[in-house]
Design a protein around this ligand. Structure first.
Ligand code: COA
Ligand code: ZN
Length: 317
């Protein structure tokens, strides 16, 4: 985590949001989005997935996007990978971090990456082996996400024990971070508290991140519940871009702009300039005119007398 901030917010809309939008987001637009959001102070952007073009055609231009992202000062450039082939591409492209994905629910894992959860763990082991095989690869951080950790559209309830078992296997392989993902927006704050409290114990020094969707309106409530257990890393997407292929009509990730407002108004520094961040939404609106954008701050503006924690930090310096 960057120094001087209390909370690390990470933009995943460019990957999680765009992957299910059929309209191709123009390459120049993606570059402008990365530049503007990095300039607003967002410390990490997940810029693409390394998946076959037939799985998602949004990322066929990744070789043009990644160098632009890598040129942004201080920006951690990450990408999602489902298997060794994706990770090989990631090492080649020089991303700073790769986020491996598997699902706690067997059926969801099969639908998403076409193998069992244990086979996915074996894929992760291969990726860790490749990461540790050369000094250059060793610089790359491997985050590992547990999707459907708090519920699944195919199986319904997911046993927390299954999540802990997977986390322990990931930790034994030496992952740098574990993200607990409510992929389909089934979580509630009580469940989040239960699972994150246990995950914090299991993971010890290895950071636990959260990845919430706002599918049923509980996104920020779940963020707050995770915050209270000690979680300090939160995924979100600007304007709540995206949805879920397994939940028709659903909204996307937690709205980044509203989440930054939540933290900053509570006195927690994200390092993000909210006004600059809200302005970045225009790039999405220009490139995806048919998408509905979400977010209360963008709609209502900032409250009178709003004093963000990050600005107070700069004033004190
Ligand atoms: N990137 C690019 N190409 C890849 C690839 C990757 N990460 N993984 C496999 N391929 C290629 C193979 O080389 C093969 O190519 P060929 O037909 O020219 O020989 C082809 O894709 C099929 O390979 P296979 O290993 O059989 O993959 P699959 O069809 O079983 O699909 C995944 C498995 C993991 C690649 C696919 O299910 C996937 O990408 N899932 C991720 C979905 C996703 O992004 N979900 C949202 C994030 S939570
Ligand atoms: Zn997601």
């Amino acid at each position: 985590m960057k120094s001087g901030i209390d909370i690390e917010v990470r933009e995943v809309g460019m990957r999680d949001g765009l992957q299910i939008i059929p309209t191709f987001f123009a390459t120049e637009g993606k570059k402008a989005w990365i530049e503007a959001e990095a300039a607003a102070g967002v410390p990490e952007i997940e810029v693409c997935s390394f998946v076959p073009p037939k799985v998602s055609a949004q990322f066929v231009d990744h070789a043009e996007i990644i160098p632009v992202a890598l040129a942004q000062p201080g920006l951690e450039v990450s990408a999602l990978v489902p298997n060794l082939k994706g990770a090989e591409r990631g090492f080649q492209m020089g991303v700073h971090k790769m986020n491996f994905v598997l699902s706690a629910s067997e059926s969801h894992n099969m639908a998403n990456v076409r193998c069992t959860t244990d086979e996915s763990l074996e894929r992760l082991r291969q990726i860790m082996e490749l990461r540790d095989s050369s000094p250059e690869n060793k610089k790359v951080r491997i985050g590992s996400g547990i999707s459907t950790a708090l519920g699944c559209t195919i199986e319904g309830r997911v046993e927390p024990k299954q999540v802990y078992r997977i986390a322990e296997a990931m930790l034994a392989m030496g992952v740098d971070e574990i993200a607990v993902a409510d992929t389909v927006g089934y979580a509630n704050p009580n469940l989040v508290r239960e699972v994150f409290t246990e995950m914090m114990k299991i993971c010890g020094d290895v950071p636990v991140a959260s990845h919430f969707h706002d599918t049923r309106g509980l996104g920020l409530a779940n963020v707050l519940a995770a915050l209270e257990t000690g979680c300090r890393r939160f995924d979100a997407s600007l304007a709540g871009l995206g949805g879920c292929p397994f939940a028709p009509g659903a909204t996307g990730n937690v709205v980044m702009d509203d989440m930054v407002f939540l933290f900053e108004s509570m006195g927690l520094k994200t390092g993000v300039d909210l006004e600059k961040l809200v302005a970045v939404r225009q790039i999405i609106a220009d490139n995806l005119p048919e998408e509905s954008l979400h977010g209360g701050v963008a709609q209502a503006g900032l409250p009178k007398g709003y004093r963000p924690a990050s600005a107070m930090m700069q004033a004190a310096e």
